[in-house]
Design a protein around this ligand. Structure first.
Ligand code: SAM
Length: 221
């Protein structure tokens, strides 16, 4: 008989909750069912790893709630081989989910300690993510354009630099609002009949994120 660990069981229970909350895409649910979230949280919070909550990580930041990760990933519509840029590496969990979807993942974090810790955890967990410690509101120009950009911190507006780093058909998924509450926006880059770039913005539900701090985000915490 195959043995099932407590974490395997808790992960399956979490998947049930995500389905009840409206997450539909099987490949997103499968990715969440595969990534060991307990590896990305600090030891004192490991027992809460599969509760559907954000949890603290170092430097007063958070690993996002699993529902938030699932919701934003679903909107991003990742296909295997897509080049995806994440802004706000944090614990590295969202980057691991993107890897499980077969994406080629680039991730930028502004806090050096988190950048270093995420690098160690992702490597240990077997995920190959290209990481950079920098202001992510400026994107990562060297590897642009991206099929998708996901911003995991709340922004006062859409950073123009990020939109300019999207490939044709690419999507930018970003929480936009004030410092207390943000709405998830998805900006899709297309071309009109004359070949001019156009951008369509779809707006989804509200969440609460830590602030996106940088040149094209909030100027301070
Ligand atoms: N995606 C993360 C995960 O899976 O754990 C959650 C990230 S946490 C909600 C948001 C992160 O965005 C924090 O680690 C924060 O330091 C980072 N951040 C805020 N402003 C940033 C910026 N301009 N560039 C890069 N990272 C930024």
């Amino acid at each position: 008989m195959m043995s099932v660990s407590l974490q395997d069981f808790q992960r399956k229970e979490l998947i049930k909750k995500l389905i009840e909350s409206g997450i539909k895409e099987k490949k997103v649910l499968d990715a969440i069912n595969t990534v060991k979230r307990e590896l990305f949280v600090s030891p004192e919070f490991k027992r809460f790893a599969y509760e559907n909550n954000a949890l603290p990580i170092s430097n007063s930041q958070t690993i996002s709630q699993p529902y938030t990760v699932a919701f934003m990933t679903e909107i991003l519509k990742v296909n295997p081989g897509d080049k995806i840029l994440e802004i706000g590496t944090g614990s590295g969990y969202q980057a691991a989910i993107l890897c499980e979807l077969g994406a080629d993942v680039y991730s930028v974090e502004r806090i050096e300690q988190l950048y270093k810790e995420a690098g160690i955890i992702l490597k240990k967990a077997g995920y190959n993510v290209k990481l950079k410690c920098s202001d992510g509101t400026k994107g990562w120009k060297e590897y642009a354009p991206y099929d998708g950009i996901i911003v995991t911190a709340g922004s006062p507006s859409i950073p123009e630099t990020l939109v300019n780093q999207l490939a044709l058909g690419g999507k930018l998924v970003i929480p936009v609002g004030d410092k207390h509450i943000q709405e998830i926006w998805c900006v899709t880059k297309e071309k009109d009949k004359k070949g001019k770039d156009t951008f369509t913005t779809d707006k989804y539900q509200y969440f609460k994120f830590v602030p996106l701090i940088g040149d094209e985000g909030w100027k301070n915490a």
